[in-house]
Design a protein around this ligand. Structure first.
Ligand code: XIL
Length: 380
């Protein structure tokens, strides 16, 4: 990153951080906010190549059907990405229709697609409070450890040697304020096994595949708002606790679901958090990056610039931390993004939240991500 560009970014972020710290009210983002920002990119390289040039992995999540049924998309995916994360196919819901049955159809197909296209593969996720089959509700404290261990052993062993990393536990803390002092959220495994479910899951995953990088994945850490401030502390405490018990957690996954209309991004707090995590000897991955445009003005040019700015501001901070070894976006194209459902716009306009448009052309968000990789320090 050139000095002047870095300074511009820091000034921009500093102003935002100051607003967050002093409790100044959030002001609506204006369409005219960043008309001066330059998003030009040098050269022809794909995102995966720009990342790889710095020793960073870039890739994306995708669902099964777009890759299987949309050849144009599948081709672009393999050209752009160095790693594939099945977006839903490895969650308990799709994988475990019944207690005595696994359905690996989708996940196996995706593992094969990754192999054929020379992509790394990432597993998401072995424990989560959502996307579970109904029968999980009937697991009792007596059987819980066995059910959890058997699931993890079976799934992780099946892909052992082929998985770059596994999100072993997802969202134990982030987001919703918890009634517990350790910040852990209510979910079936907490009810049956209390905090031990986390340790049990990591130990089972390590035993089943000693080579995959084992990740604790969570969200809600980027902004200077009470719930994010609490989440950062609780995650750090959990990671310290796990390390003190020699639980085989090797990395923190930060989802990175950003909001382009959120002005309380605090670069200093995020930098400090990343540093604290790294000082525990952990790697860091950005695992589900996207930028909602739900609360932005309708104007498409302005909207694309604001989304791009959010990507570049965030990544330029995050990639300064050498422990960050990978960036995964939660999709590559607006044609297929969960934000079409979960964060649709009130005016009914299609969302524009990922690097490629719904017609698979590059948007400014692509430039922003490319620029952040180009400006990132090279990993040793
Ligand atoms: C989302 C998928 O994108 C959706 O298709 C699905 O309906 C729900 O889950 N955090 C996570 C991801 O860890 O698993 C979620 O993925 C998005 C939020």
């Amino acid at each position: 990153m050139t000095l002047s560009r870095r300074r511009t970014l820091q000034l921009g972020l500093g102003a935002v951080a100051a607003a967050g710290c002093s409790g100044v009210e959030r002001r609506p983002v204006q369409a005219s906010d960043n008309l001066q920002q330059n998003f030009s990119v040098n050269g022809q390289m794909q995102l995966k190549q720009r990342a790889a040039a710095k020793g960073i992995i870039y890739g994306s999540a995708s669902n099964y059907s777009p890759l299987k049924q949309d050849p144009q998309f599948a081709k672009l995916f393999a050209e752009t990405c160095g790693i594939l994360v099945p977006e839903n196919s490895l969650k308990w819901g799709p994988l475990r229709p019944a207690p005595d049955r696994f359905d690996f159809t989708e996940a196996d197909w995706m593992a094969q697609y990754a192999q054929q296209n020379k992509l790394l593969l990432r597993g998401h996720t072995l424990v989560w409070k959502h996307s579970n089959p109904d029968w999980l509700e009937s697991v009792t404290s007596r059987t819980a450890e066995k059910v959890l261990t058997e699931h993890i052993t079976t799934v992780v062993k099946r892909y052992a040697g082929r998985m770059h990393s596994w999100d072993v536990v997802n969202e134990a803390i982030g987001g919703i304020p918890s009634w517990r002092s350790d910040g852990l959220q209510t979910m079936p495994w907490l009810t049956t096994l209390d905090k031990d479910y986390i340790e049990i899951a990591f130990r089972a995953a390590a035993a089943a595949d000693p080579r995959a990088l084992l990740v604790y994945n969570d969200n809600s850490v980027e902004y200077d708002i009470p719930v994010h401030n609490r989440t950062r502390s609780a995650i750090l405490e959990l990671l310290q606790y796990l390390k003190s018990r020699k639980v085989p957690v090797q990395a923190l996954g930060i989802q990175g679901h950003l909001d382009a209309a959120e002005t309380r991004f605090n670069a200093n707090k995020l930098r400090q958090f990343l540093k604290d995590v790294a000082s525990l000897g952990l790697k860091i991955l950005i695992t589900e990056l996207d930028v909602t445009d739900q609360n932005l003005p309708a104007d498409q040019t302005a909207r694309d610039r604001m989304v791009a700015r959010a990507y570049e501001e965030y990544l330029s901070v995050v990639l300064d931390e050498p422990a960050v070894i990978g960036v995964i976006t939660w999709g590559i194209s607006d044609r297929y993004t969960w934000l079409n459902q979960s964060n649709s716009r009130k005016d009914g306009l299609p969302v524009r939240v990922l690097p490629y448009s719904d017609t698979l052309t590059r948007k400014l968000a692509w430039n922003a991500i490319a620029r952040a990789f180009d400006a990132a320090p090279k990993r040793g």
